[in-house]
Design a protein. Sequence first.
Length: 151
Amino acid sequence: MALEELYREVILDHYRNPRHKGRLPGAHFHAEGQNPSCGDEFSLDLAVEDGVIVQVATQGQGCSISQASGSMMADIIKGKTVDQVEEITTKFKLMMDIEEGENPVDPARPGAVLGDLEALQGVRKFPVRIKCADLPWATLADALEEAKAAQ
């Protein structure tokens, strides 16, 4: 199976079987985001205890890229500290904006691997779709700001 096919399958799996779908009960931080250019919507609930994201729940509708990105994001941030999540966010954004020849997710670079999120590298070939992949991450940034303000 070619790498592009594998990546396509990972994206479709997260789109069809989103992880951490739903809402969180009780006290939590919440943020919502929209991409008006294509109609994507994404909302995020985070439960943070002692600086660690202990629960994540997502809701949304839209294209496979935005929804898969949100599912992958929820998977990778659960159990991480807020600082670790900010570092992962930076790596994701670098991956989506890199220039030709640079690759922050090259397995040879320590700490660069982003798991399933690496499947979204192909989105860079379609600049208009980068906003789709970034929507959950922009929503996450809003939720983290709310969490930091509450500390």
